[in-house]
Design a protein around this ligand. Structure first.
Ligand SMILES: NC(=O)c1ccc[n+]([C@@H]2O[C@H](COP(=O)([O-])OP(=O)(O)OC[C@H]3O[C@@H](n4cnc5c(N)ncnc54)[C@H](OP(=O)(O)O)[C@@H]3O)[C@@H](O)[C@H]2O)c1
Length: 322
């Protein structure tokens, strides 16, 4: 059976997604992430329960070197037929940081690098290995859209360009807030998903690029960097009620995970490239994303700036998309 690679597939929303991919859709899996021990425990559970091939691949999405090493390893496994052909890549890993701005070993701001940049490099390095009619799914968030309640919750997505974001707070300048950095990383995921879709279509390459928002979902590790009282409050039924009444897009760890699996694997989502889906209150719906996310000039600039930041060498670009 073909293989699906998922980042962060061993926790939170990723768990339910991985389970459904293995059980209902019969895919083999590559669990990609920075914590091999945690992933191995879950991989074993999947192997034993669903009798699928499940590989663990060390990839820290905040490190360009780690993404390069992980992609190399994946290509080798494909070449040696250790894994069956790649049918989809799900870019699900993500963090919402708290506290002082921090930088990766590459010198880039952590949220931007982890949520966005590492995933783009992973796609760039493996896109030529995705089977015909395969899919790339990019997990975003309703917080990317300043015109919604979700978008006002954490901090309004910023209009800074990628180079500024990667270097925010350097040389004595005031850094962009953590909430804004998160929302903006998720705006970038959608801008990139749409730009990738346009370029795939122009090149007549039969792959899909789809953006997804799981909705505000408690019971995951998402708020692990926030103070304990905030974590407790966010998981309470009172807060759930308040958020729902205020118009926040409400996810659910099981439904949102299963929805991610459906977008990546279900035949019903075979022709939805360039679209944005949201899990909201038990329904998976196609939505308009923010106004900014449809700005083609912004997307093209992001595409080019991203290439600069990931230092993509000409011998690495697996497909040249214009
Ligand atoms: N929960 C929500 O309300 C919500 C709403 C909208 C969007 N989302 C998005 O949904 C996705 C899944 O989040 P979740 O709620 O399921 O939270 P989660 O349980 O914390 O899952 C996040 C995953 O990302 C992985 N990860 C973090 N940093 C990484 C890195 N540097 N390299 C590789 N993997 C890394 C984590 O791995 P470790 O175990 O190693 O930390 C974990 O598996 C995220 O992209 C999040 O932004 C969540």
């Amino acid at each position: 059976m073909p293989t699906i690679l998922i980042t962060g597939g061993h926790s939170g929303i990723g768990v339910e997604c991985s389970k459904l991919l293995a059980s209902k859709y019969h895919f083999n899996l590559i669990l990609a992430g920075r914590s091999p021990e945690k992933m191995e425990t879950f991989a074993m559970e999947l192997r034993n329960t669903y009798e699928r091939k499940v590989h663990v691949l060390k990839i820290d999405t905040s490190s360009l070197a780690s993404v390069r090493a992980g992609a190399d390893e994946c290509r080798k496994m494909l070449d040696l037929s250790d894994i069956d052909p790649l049918q989809a890549i799900i870019c699900n890993a993500g963090v919402r940081l708290n506290g002082k701005v921090s930088y990766t070993e590459d010198g880039y701001e952590q949220t931007f690098a982890t949520n966005y940049l590492g995933h783009v490099l992973l796609i760039e390095l493996l896109i030529d290995r995705i089977a015909k009619n395969g899919r790339i799914v990019l997990t975003s968030s309703g917080t990317h859209d300043p015109d919604t309640t979700d978008g006002k919750m954490m901090g309004i997505a910023a209009e800074y360009d990628a180079i500024e974001l990667a270097n925010t707070g350097k040389n004595g300048t005031k850094p962009v807030s953590n909430g804004k950095l998160y929302a903006t990383s998720k705006l970038n995921m959608i801008l990139y998903a749409y730009e990738l879709d346009r370029r795939l279509k122009r090149a007549d390459i039969p792959l899909s690029s789809i953006a997804y928002d799981p909705g505000a979902t408690s019971g995951t590790g998402f708020l692990r960097n926030m103070p304990k009282p905030v974590q407790w409050l966010a998981g309470s039924s009172l807060m759930h009620w308040v958020m729902k009444r205020s118009g926040v897009t409400m996810g659910d760890v099981i439904f949102s995970g299963k929805s991610l699996a459906r977008i990546a694997a279900d035949p019903a989502y075979a022709n939805v490239s360039g679209k944005y889906f949201q899990s909201n209150d038990g329904k998976l719906i196609e939505r308009q994303s923010s106004k900014l996310s449809y700005d083609k000039q912004r997307a093209e600039k992001l595409w080019n700036d991203t290439k600069t930041l990931i230092h993509l060498q000409s011998n690495e670009a697996s497909i040249r998309l214009r």
